[in-house]
Design a binder for this molecule. Structure first.
Ligand code: ADP
Ligand code: ADP
Length: 232
């Protein structure tokens, strides 16, 4: 089954002479229970595709279905609610609140949504991400890799339908990147999540179940069970 699909997706920024066709008719199906990586050169439309599919940006044409919901037909209020309850986000910058502890950062989305904490799920996420003994630390007391793992746990805490990660290892050294990537992979294999990750790093992409390649706003290929060599 699909966790998210797009058909005939077109995104044009600007108007007239200055118009940029960032997405030029993308059809894509993202599988439930997989880690999907999206690769492609800078400017190929990776971030635009992710932002449209996550309901952060509206497409110029085409349709998008996320977890069975047609997001093209949603008003802003419904989109906001969808993003809060069914979608988790991880960005290149960790975007943690410096005055809150790791635990408070992780549970913040629940506080904002006034949703209850499922303690069993929280414990499973914290153990999978390897942060049990760091929960009382503030971001400044954590390494970059630990901060990004807190951000990943925050994305998972509401048990979303799908997690979108935009260059999640872009600010990390290779060892920290490996910790974050193996957690994202384990969140799929062991916790049953679905993750979509934009990256230009072949090592990062090799953690995915499937890699999709974009070029000039079009999907130009894919690799199943990638290795670093097959996505270079
Ligand atoms: P990638 O993530 O692969 O680097 P992007 O989706 O960021 O690609 O960009 C795709 C194209 O759209 C590029 O030509 C970029 O310059 C253009 N673009 C992206 N965002 C905007 C924007 N807000 N306004 C105008 N052009 C944009
Ligand atoms: P394990 O769960 O086997 O101890 P990790 O937690 O480090 O391993 O990684 C989880 C999954 O991520 C592995 O089962 C493997 O599919 C993938 N993985 C781990 N390391 C790499 C790597 N260097 N390159 C590609 N994929 C990797």
């Amino acid at each position: 089954a699909q966790i998210a699909s797009a058909r005939g997706l077109v995104k044009i920024y600007g108007k007239g002479e200055a118009a940029v066709r960032a997405l030029d008719g993308v059809d894509v199906d993202l599988a439930r229970g997989e880690l999907t990586a999206i690769m492609g050169p800078s400017g190929s439309g990776k971030s635009t595709l992710m932002h449209c599919m996550a309901g952060l940006d509206t497409a110029t044409a085409g349709s998008i279905v996320v977890d069975g919901l047609d997001i093209g037909r949603m008003n802003q209020r419904k989109l906001t609610s969808l993003r809060r309850t069914r979608i988790g986000f991880v960005f290149q910058a960790f975007n943690l609140i410096p005055t809150l502890t790791a635990e408070e950062n992780i549970t913040l989305p629940l506080d904002i949504a006034r949703a209850p904490l499922d303690r069993e799920w929280f414990d499973a996420v914290v153990d999978a991400v390897g942060l049990r003994d760091r929960l009382d630390h503030r971001p400044s007391e954590l390494s970059g890799g630990q901060q990004q793992r807190v951000a990943c746990a925050r994305a998972l805490v509401s048990r979303p339908s799908v997690i979108f990660a935009d260059e999640p290892t872009g600010n990390l050294d290779s060892r920290s990147a490996a910790e974050v990537l193996s957690f994202l992979r384990r969140s799929v294999d062991e916790l049953g999540q679905s993750v979509v990750m934009v990256t230009h790093d072949p090592t990062a992409a090799s953690y995915a179940h499937r890699v999709l390649f974009l070029a000039d706003g079009r999907l130009v290929g894919e690799v199943q069970d990638p290795t670093r060599e097959t996505v270079l």
